[in-house]
Design a protein around this ligand. Structure first.
Ligand code: SF4
Length: 360
């Protein structure tokens, strides 16, 4: 019997947008038992199959049928750059022809073995948030990535990690192109794919947001198991609104963010991480550090200070070591947990979005 899906399939079913339950329903819609959907999930998410032919636990007839009515929507790596510090950046072309990038960031122990391999993934092509210091923000928003396209970035970087460093990836951060919480459903689903595909604890996955208060509350209410980072970058409303347009709305200003963070902590018991890029003479004074400490005390938190990787076409430069050290001292005196992240891959346009912006 021909199912309605076959008959009307002018657009193919995008299998890597579906979770296990959706694939079970899809299999049943084809007149197949539900377990075929679970087998599909295993092939797509856990084994990383890129063709229907290799799904050998499925009957040949079903594989042939799927190849006519469904698509795997894979992304294709088109460029790769390696920095002197061994950070690798890859550019991927989506089925739409647009581009996104992912970065593999190795951290080494004293014996020069990779002890941590972090993948930074993109969640959107471009971004609507328009942060003034960001290459992706200069592009505007183009499209949301599917959960499978986010998974595919991790898969490509995991393969690369095994080739170059002899082990798979250990951490995933959603800090590449795009505002992940504007692509909420796909991002949420992709974190499950990544956990299943790489046997990764949710503690090793961090989703970063510019501070969309309503979505932060939703993460708490949806019991999101992964970590949350907030791109703060300025500690007062006037300073933040000047460089991050999102802060100009009362739905997403610091008061709204404070409410959302406190709700998040009260609901999940988890601490948040604030990301804070150090811009010379803009947000790096002792008074800024005191104001940042006030934000850090809204709820249990830690602060990551990031040495800014300058982006062509913007007016921002990185703070110097003396100002950084003074800033850290103030934060520590205020009782804030603080770490510093040095820019990685500075010789390969590693700031988020730079390679894709060039390609576009
Ligand atoms: S910093 Fe993040 S949220 Fe802001 S424009 Fe860039 S990608 Fe978007």
């Amino acid at each position: 019997m021909t199912s309605s899906l076959d008959a009307t399939a002018t657009t193919r079913a995008a299998l890597k947008t579906m979770d296990r339950a959706e694939l079970e329903a899809f299999a049943q819609s084809l007149g197949e038992p539900a377990f075929r959907g679970r087998q599909l999930y295993t092939w797509l998410v856990e084994k990383g199959a890129t063709t229907f032919e290799e799904m050998t636990t499925l009957p040949k007839a079903l594989r042939e049928r799927l190849s006519k009515i469904a698509t795997l929507g894979t992304i294709e790596e088109v460029r790769r750059q390696t920095a002197t510090d061994k950070t690798v950046k890859s550019l991927f072309r989506l089925p739409s022809g647009r581009h996104v990038e992912a970065v593999l960031i190795p951290d080494f122990d004293d014996d020069d073995r990779a002890k941590r391999l972090t993948v930074c993934v993109s969640s959107q092509v471009g971004c609507a948030m328009g942060c003034h210091f960001c290459a992706t923000g200069l592009m505007g928003f183009h499209e949301n990535l599917t959960a499978g396209q986010i998974l595919d970035q991790v898969r490509a970087m995991d393969t690369l990690a095994r080739e170059r460093f002899g082990r798979g990836i250990t951490n995933v951060v959603y800090m590449g192109m795009g505002e992940p919480l504007q692509n909420y459903a796909n991002v949420f689903k992709s974190t499950q794919f990544i956990r299943d595909g790489f046997d990764l604890s949710p503690k090793r996955i961090t989703v970063s947001t510019v501070g969309l208060a309503r979505r932060i509350r939703q993460l708490a209410d949806d019991d999101a198991p992964f970590g949350l980072a907030i791109s703060l970058h300025a500690p007062t409303d006037p300073q933040r609104s000047a460089i991050m347009p999102v802060n100009r709305s009362e739905k997403t200003d610091l008061a709204a963010l404070k409410d959302a963070v406190q709700h998040y902590h009260a609901t999940t018991g988890k601490r948040v991480t604030y990301e804070y890029c150090m811009f010379a003479d803009m947000n790096d004074s002792a008074a800024d550090a005191k104001n940042l400490a006030t934000v850090a005390r809204w709820a249990p938190s830690k602060v990551n200070l990031i040495m800014y990787n300058p982006v062509e076409g913007t007016r921002f430069t990185s703070t110097d070591e003396a100002r950084l050290n003074r800033f850290i001292r103030v934060l520590v005196d205020e009782g804030v947990r603080v770490t510093v992240r040095r820019s990685r891959g500075q010789d390969i346009d590693a700031a988020c979005g730079q390679l894709a912006v060039q390609e576009e």
